[in-house]
Design a protein around this ligand. Structure first.
Ligand SMILES: [Zn+2]
Ligand SMILES: [Zn+2]
Length: 252
């Protein structure tokens, strides 16, 4: 499966759950296909499984964007790199983009999991791109515009605007509600908005009871809730708001 034709931007939900695989679902991962590239947004521990479950050739990926360095969003990267070393050997370059220190964090994780496999054994060029809040970065044919969100205090969590094929997707990453989403979502072709909790979020995530009060002001063309926790999943069918589910394909 390669990139789509000119003028389309296609998103497949690989994992719609929170860190706890609530409801037997998978960790956050979204497969994007633009005209000239295919890439992942977030890569949790279950992402390699999800790609293979959906019959996606892992070699089709050109890059991965990580919203923040919590395990459910980036702990799948060592397995993807291992896949490219041994199982589906890669020769063309690969890019991992994420917040500051992404390179060090990925290698620290890799070396923890596979201390006897050395990164020098990579048979392809791997480049890391540090995403700086409010600075647009072009990766292949995709413009990434990150915005810092208050999910973490000392480390950086990013929401992402992804622009390709004349379309714009807003991806909240993990975050409590931020008022700026009203402005960023206006006119977006898709707003993938986290909604981890139905009622209580402990402050790090969006809770539906709050989100529903701002829904009338979200003027995205399509809103899909994601990163659903246990309570939220239990309520998902009765809310009248679209919720992500594994295998959902969104064509823009
Ligand atoms: Zn998460
Ligand atoms: Zn997180």
């Amino acid at each position: 499966m390669g990139a789509t034709g000119e003028g389309t931007f296609e998103i497949t939900v690989l994992g719609s759950s929170d860190a706890f695989c609530s409801g037997g679902r998978l960790n956050a991962a979204y497969l994007f296909r633009a005209a000239g590239s295919s890439f992942l947004v977030d890569c949790g521990p279950t992402t390699l499984f999800a790609l293979k479950q959906r019959g996606v050739d892992t070699g089709c990926l050109d890059f991965v964007i990580v919203s923040h360095m919590h395990g459910d969003h980036f702990a799948g990267l060592p397995f993807l790199l291992l896949e490219y070393m041994y199982e589906n050997p890669r020769t063309r370059p690969f890019v991992i983009a994420g917040p500051a220190d992404i390179e060090q964090r990925v290698w620290t994780l890799f070396e923890t999991l596979y201390s006897d496999v050395h990164s020098t054994a990579l048979p392809f060029a791997l480049r890391f791109v540090e995403l700086v809040p409010e600075q647009p970065t072009m990766i292949a044919d995709v413009t990434v515009l990150p915005t810092r969100v208050p999910h973490q205090v000392e480390e950086t969590s990013l929401a992402l605007q992804l622009l390709a094929a004349g379309r714009r997707v807003l991806y909240s990453g993990d975050t409590p509600w931020v008022e700026r989403f009203v402005e960023l979502a206006r006119g977006a072709d898709l707003f993938l908005c986290e909604c981890t909790a139905y009622q209580r979020s402990m402050g790090r995530h969006i809770e539906y009871e709050h989100l529903r009060t701002v829904l009338p002001r979200i003027a995205a063309k399509r809103l899909v809730l994601m990163h659903l926790g246990r309570d939220m999943r239990d309520h998902a069918a009765s809310l009248g708001v679209e919720c992500a589910t594994e295998g959902l394909v969104i064509r823009l």
